[in-house]
Design a protein around this ligand. Structure first.
Ligand code: AMP
Length: 139
């Protein structure tokens, strides 16, 4: 497998070199809004330790990330007034991965919601900021 690239876009977000709409942070994980949301409230959870994806991640790191996924998923459902959520996670380009730093997608969903295509249009910054605030308030 290709080596982890420490200059990928999510590593730059962790270093503060690229802005993001933060939802949650602890010692080992970071959560922020996806700029091309498939549904309102679509957010991402990443470990601070670098790995390309699930396949090369340290299992101890995975345990911490999944705990944050659960915490943020509950807040995303509550904050966005949703009824459930999808968790999506892609490994390597043929499987749809476009950013090579492990991440889990959280998609809060209501009955009848339709999910937009993966990596579609950019959302308005003000809308992302409002959704991040709703999710943070529900943590
Ligand atoms: P994946 O295809 O699973 O690698 O998904 C990468 C996700 O990252 C996509 O849903 C993109 O919309 C999202 N994305 C790309 N660049 C950024 C960024 N700078 N901030 C937030 N999300 C991003």
């Amino acid at each position: 497998m290709t080596a982890y690239d420490p200059n990928n876009i999510f590593a730059k977000i962790l270093k503060g070199e690229i802005p993001s709409h933060k939802v949650y942070e602890d010692e080992h994980t970071y959560a922020f809004m996806d700029v091309m949301p498939m549904v309102d409230g679509h957010c991402l959870v990443i470990p601070k330790q670098g790995s390309r994806n699930l396949l090369d991640a340290d299992p101890a790191v995975l345990a911490g990330v999944i705990a944050t996924v659960q915490k943020v998923a509950k807040a995303a459902i509550k904050g966005m007034g949703a009824e459930g959520c999808q968790i999506r996670q892609f490994n390597e380009a043929p499987a749809g991965q476009t950013v090579f730093h492990l991440h889990f997608h959280i998609l809060p969903l209501r009955t009848g919601d339709s999910v937009k295509p993966h990596v579609g249009g950019m959302a308005d910054n003000a809308v992302l900021a409002r959704h991040a605030e709703l999710i943070r308030a529900a943590l």
